[in-house]
Design a protein around this ligand. Structure first.
Ligand SMILES: NC(=O)c1ccc[n+]([C@@H]2O[C@H](COP(=O)([O-])OP(=O)(O)OC[C@H]3O[C@@H](n4cnc5c(N)ncnc54)[C@H](OP(=O)(O)O)[C@@H]3O)[C@@H](O)[C@H]2O)c1
Length: 274
């Protein structure tokens, strides 16, 4: 009989790339509270160490691994450290991400390169390194995508392209993993509450605080709600999850009314809404 969700994650080893802050950090806390053994990742030693200590203080079994997901060798080392420490790996959540803002034609080429390196290759490299261990545990690999992958948005071209590429990657992996017991999933996260200090790329490829380039008012989903959707997806081993009303509306419109969707976005852009 299948375990209940409340006990399903107990003692499972879950690696969340990009979990030193933001949605990844919230997910790490929620999984930790369910009894999972959590592996944190990021590039800032201080952020990682502080979070690790905080979580340990709350009796969560946790390990922080410093690694840049855009570097394949560092990803190989990260997985080796996980196996050396816990002896197994059950789930990989490819969370590390980088956003941007600017007109497509004005973007410095580095913006395209850096978003693709972090969002696409930064999911490919950890997956390649983790796969033999996930096969052994018949575990899960989850790709964190965005509603920005459901349609190309103005001002987000490089980000949309990098997140759309995850759809193709997940589809191929899903087919190839059929019959192996490995669960492949992808989730299209909507605009989420940001942790203070979040940085994104501007058109000249400089990292700036998100508030400096996103002036508009948005209805942000709480991070806790996004983390809950991810946990439910991992538990149910579902392939595709598009949890928000906004994401469902976008998918519906694009599928059944593609020209109208384009016209609405065009009008919103002319009015300065996006
Ligand atoms: N926030 C939203 O509205 C939203 C909407 C849809 C989808 N998403 C997706 O959800 C994920 C998390 O978003 P978020 O808003 O929580 O981001 P965030 O606050 O900017 O956090 C990003 C995390 O990724 C880590 N990171 C970035 N580049 C890395 C790299 N090269 N190697 C290792 N770690 C790296 C960061 O730590 P260090 O800087 O210390 O490395 C940090 O822990 C991303 O994939 C994002 O695209 C977010």
């Amino acid at each position: 009989m299948r375990k209940k969700e409340s006990t399903y994650f107990r003692n499972k080893v879950v690696l969340i790339t990009g979990s030193s802050r933001g949605i990844g950090k919230t997910l790490a806390w929620q999984l930790g509270k369910t009894g999972a053994r959590v592996v944190l990742n990021g590039r800032s030693p201080e952020r990682l160490k502080n979070l690790e200590e905080e979580m340990r203080g709350e009796q969560v079994e946790v390990k922080g691994v410093l690694a840049d997901v855009t570097n394949p060798d560092e990803c190989t080392r990260m997985i080796r450290e996980v196996i050396d420490h816990f002896g197994r790996l059950d789930m990989l959540v490819n969370m590390a991400g980088l956003s941007m803002r600017g007109e497509a034609a004005d973007l410095h080429p580095d913006v395209y390169r850096m978003t693709m390196e972090t969002n696409y290759l930064g999911s490919v490299y950890p997956t390649l390194a983790a796969l033999p261990h996930i096969r052994a545990t018949r575990g899960s690999i989850l790709f964190i995508s965005s509603v920005s992958a459901l349609m190309g948005f103005p001002q987000f071209s490089a980000y949309c392209a990098s997140k759309m590429s995850l759809t193709a990657l997940a589809e191929s992996y899903r087919l190839e993993m059929t019959g192996t017991g490995v669960h492949i999933g992808i989730i299209y996260v909507s605009f989420t509450e940001n942790e203070r200090g979040k940085t994104v790329l501007d058109a000249r490829s400089r990292l700036v605080r998100k508030e400096e380039v996103y002036k508009g008012k948005m209805d942000y989903v709480p991070r806790e709600k996004v983390a809950r959707s991810i946990i439910r997806q991992l538990y149910r081993r579902r392939y595709r999850v598009n949890p928000s009303f906004y994401g469902k509306f976008l998918s519906f419109m694009k599928r059944f009314f593609p020209r109208l969707s384009f016209a609405i976005l065009h009008m919103a852009r002319r009015k300065g809404i996006i």
